[in-house]
Ligand binder design. Structure first.
Ligand code: SF4
Ligand code: SF4
Length: 169
């Protein structure tokens, strides 16, 4: 398993066209959605068990977690400032109009450690969402696979498991 997120990003880029073909393959295959999703979850859990996220932190360096009012209040209390001050200092709107942490890398990252771990936003807690139905969210999966060694490994294992021919035209 490749655990270095910079190598994963490069490999993903090299396989970008192949990954789009795999997305189409998943739509056309006769294998049931339930079987694909169960296999994907199995491979992702296996990869997660082998990965030490403290050696990576790519998600904290490359994504902007959305934050709702509750999460803003929780983080503001932790920093001993008001929610308004927190929004002013740390929050922006993403392309979907959601409020999110503005800076990349996340301003609460110190080295590879989250300094607000117990109060981190809920999207950080779920990342990289390994139990979801991947067949319904392939765009999100491909985006995560470009960053996260766990999801990249899952994707590669799934290709092999389903007999996807990466060299087919
Ligand atoms: S709040 Fe913590 S877990 Fe979430 S992105 Fe920032 S550093 Fe990472
Ligand atoms: S969830 Fe993925 S991207 Fe985030 S630290 Fe763990 S392996 Fe790295």
């Amino acid at each position: 398993m490749e655990k270095d997120p910079t190598v994963v990003a490069r490999l993903f880029q090299e396989r970008e066209e192949e990954n789009w073909r795999f997305r189409t393959f998943l739509r056309m295959t006769s294998c049931s959605r339930a079987k694909i999703n169960a296999a994907a979850e199995h491979f992702a859990r296996e990869a997660a068990a082998r990965m030490d996220c403290l050696q990576c932190a790519a998600c904290c360096k490359q994504t902007r977690p959305p934050v709702d009012a509750t999460e803003i209040g929780r983080l503001a209390a932790r920093l001993n400032i008001t929610s308004d001050a927190f929004v002013e200092r740390y929050v922006a709107e993403n392309d979907f109009g959601e409020r999110c942490i503005e800076e990349i890398p996340c301003p609460f990252l110190d080295g590879n450690r989250c300094t607000v771990y117990e109060d981190r936003p809920d999207p950080c807690r779920g990342y990289p969402y390994i139990g979801g139905a991947i067949t319904e969210h392939m765009l999100d999966i491909l985006e995560r696979a470009s960053t996260c060694p766990i999801i990249y490994e899952m994707l590669e294992k799934l290709k092999a498991h389903l007999g996807f021919d990466r060299y087919a035209p």
